[in-house]
Design a protein. Structure first.
Length: 135
């Protein structure tokens, strides 16, 4: 599996758009870190901190397969990414490497808890994410 399924990619893109609108400051931490922190805060109750860290680690491994440039990035506890500063927004677009990590994470989450519950969870965190008809 080099690329996540389209529904996971769409949810990740929606999360990126919604979080970018919320943060609005390109000088702060990368958007991917904001997204992972919010996911950790919400999913820690559902799958636990160890479950979250395991999913993030696996998502990073999957994202690296298609994007070797992620080789220097590591996943730490609590959803923290560490490594080169390459996970930032490039101009007005979101870095594809960071989007790959979030997409794979959501795809794995959909496999673990089901697509409907994953969608509801994303919509709880980012109400601007697509609803059922938009998927």
């Amino acid at each position: 599996m080099l690329e996540p399924r389209p529904p996971a990619r769409r949810l990740a893109e929606a999360a990126v758009r919604a979080q970018t609108e919320l943060v609005g400051d390109p000088r702060g931490p990368p958007i991917v870190q904001h997204i992972l922190t919010r996911l950790y805060e919400h999913l820690g109750k559902l799958i636990g901190p160890v479950g979250f860290d395991t999913l993030l680690g696996r998502a990073l491994v999957l994202a690296r397969r298609a994007r070797p440039a992620l080789g220097g990035i590591t996943a730490g506890p609590g959803g923290k990414l560490e490594g080169p500063a390459g996970l930032t927004r490039a101009g007005s677009g979101f870095d594809e490497h960071a989007l790959a990590i979030v997409s794979h994470f959501i795809d794995l989450l959909m496999n673990l808890i089901g697509e409907d519950l994953a969608l509801r969870t994303i919509r709880d965190i980012w109400p601007a994410a697509p609803d059922e008809e938009e998927r």
